[in-house]
Design a protein around this ligand. Structure first.
Ligand code: FAD
Length: 479
């Protein structure tokens, strides 16, 4: 007899609801989590969710439907996501938001809203908790703990799945490592669910699965991509390598590091603050209409820069007159950054600015002169920019180095409509399933950042797969 009906690898956004529902359906479930506690990326995520046809929308008089949600997603991503999975996800997402509410979710009272951090939906259908991802975790944690206390269910923290076991091509379980003792042992299960998240914490795997790009990230270190690689090594197909789009944009914690200061992001969304600065390539050219309404257009322009980095350039007068570019930074933090952070440059004159940033002086001089001329005369800006309140003329210049960054990773395990992991010939690998970012952040979102289309489908598909597999495989206690 197998040890468990279902083995879930990862107690994060997708793994927890999968466990809650599969135990409720009567299955004997083992959850393994490498960290010392559950929650995964919910610990840092904004957890903005989307769902169409929710009770909250109805109570605010908003008419919406899963079909409209899907159409809006496919407008934003230009049809680059999987429409079969989008149909299922959008059908399940409203019910998932309602389920959270029924279980005490503390939603921000201003929701639902149209948000401009990502390309905006046409209908208010974005929701978030008063304490970001932690509000979601506050709902999941008690349900998860109660599920794991049921007979036949078990969670093991500080336990890493290190490989999958197979027999005649079918997955039979996994080798697990106790991270405190270093000991390995094998468990068998009727199904293995890869809910191990993405690879945004691992620069090498990011380069390997994302076209050799350099990683700048706000993802957690636990997003290692090990689960994807584990499945790949038994023949699973990985898709979405060419679907990366960076989030616009962040500042590194340390020079040469890949971690972005996530708590204090620059305010680069024109709907929140119109830009007073210029955004310049490492050579000193403009590459984007800094005040364009479309987030997607800015992200695509940044994606075309091979190094994903640009200088945000202004001067002392703009620093004094403009609303803060870095509203989250305290005066002391800013003083320290201007005094010693390698991404912050103060320069006396353009030649000094070029020297300190590595920009080409001739290019930089021409770029600034052209911008200032248009600003002074009102002539059309070559990039189409409208907001030009002040010239950038020194004498003291300022520049901050910013980077296109990762919140979720695009590539992941290929799955069919029922979330069965596929091999290179598109055949399901028996008994292996994937959820959340492990099935690739671009599978639903396509080559775009679509609001709420990571956390909500991770929760919704997690619940759905738990119910489906739990009902099919249950050999244990009854709910
Ligand atoms: C800063 C930030 C903000 C974001 N904001 C939003 C947002 O507003 N809206 C949105 O939709 N999305 C957002 N996202 C993305 C979204 O939060 C994630 O895509 C989603 O939470 C991932 O869920 P998951 O279950 O796939 O992975 P996770 O929640 O990361 O869970 C995976 C778990 O698996 C564990 N694990 C991994 N490998 C193993 C192994 N081998 N053995 C055992 N355990 C393992 C990990 O430790 C982790 O706990 C954001 C992401 C970041 C980083």
């Amino acid at each position: 007899m197998r040890d468990f009906d279902i083995l879930i690898i990862g107690a994060g956004t997708a793994g927890m609801p999968c466990a809650i529902e599969s135990v409720a359906a009567g299955a004997r479930v083992l959850v393994v989590e490498q960290a010392a506690e559950p929650g995964g990326t919910l610990h840092v995520s904004l957890a903005q969710m989307s769902g169409a046809g929710t009770a909250r929308q109805r109570s605010r008089g908003i008419t919406d439907s899963p079909a409209d949600h899907q159409a809006d997603i496919e407008r934003i991503n230009r049809g680059t996501g999987r429409s079969d999975l989008l149909a299922r996800a959008t059908r399940l997402q409203a019910e998932t938001v309602d389920w959270l509410m029924d279980n005490g979710f503390q939603m921000d009272p201003t929701c639902p809203q149209i948000l401009y951090l990502h390309e905006a939906y046409r209908t208010p259908r974005t929701y978030w908790g008063i304490d970001r991802g932690i509000s979601v975790l506050h709902v999941l944690r008690p349900l998860f703990d109660a599920a794991m206390a049921r007979p036949g269910a078990q969670v093991r923290y500080r336990t890493e799945a290190v490989s999958l076991t197979t027999e005649s091509g079918a997955v039979t379980g996994a080798v697990l490592r106790d991270l405190d003792t270093g000991r390995d042992h094998t468990v068998t299960a009727g199904a293995v669910v890869m809910a191990s998240g993405g690879y945004g914490g691992n620069p090498d795997r990011f380069a390997r699965w994302t076209g050799g790009r350099r990683l700048y990230t706000a993802a957690m270190d636990t997003s290692t991509g090990a689960g994807i690689e584990m499945a790949e090594s038994i023949g699973a197909a990985v898709t979405g390598h060419d679907m990366f789009l960076p989030t616009y944009a962040g500042i590194v914690e340390h020079p040469d590091g890949h971690r972005i200061v996530w708590d204090h992001m620059p305010l680069l969304t024109p709907q929140g603050r119109q830009p007073w600065e210029l955004h310049l390539t490492p050579e000193g050219r403009r590459f984007v209409q800094e005040d364009i309404d479309s987030v997607d257009a800015r992200e695509r322009a940044l994606n075309d820069l091979p190094g994903l980095s640009f200088w945000c350039v202004f001067d002392d007068r703009i620093l004094a007159d403009a609303p803060p570019l870095l509203p989250g930074w305290s005066a002391d933090e800013l003083d320290d950054a201007w005094a010693g952070h390698a991404s912050f440059v103060i320069a006396d004159g353009l030649d000094d600015l070029a020297r300190a940033t590595g920009m080409d002086l001739a290019v930089l001089t021409e770029t600034i002169a052209a911008y200032n001329l248009g600003q002074a005369t009102g002539a059309a800006d070559p990039m189409g920019r409208r907001h030009r309140p002040l010239p950038i003329e020194g004498p003291r210049y300022r520049a901050i180095l910013m980077h296109g960054m990762v919140l979720k990773t695009p590539a992941g395990l290929a799955v069919d409509t029922d979330l069965r992991v596929l091999d290179d010939s598109a055949r399901p690998i028996p008994n292996l399933y994937a959820l959340g970012e492990a099935m690739g952040g671009s599978t639903l979102s396509g080559k775009a950042f679509v609001g709420g289309m990571s956390v909500t489908p991770a929760l919704a598909f997690g619940r759905w797969l738990g119910q489906t597999l739990g009902a099919r495989l249950q050999t244990g206690h009854q709910a």
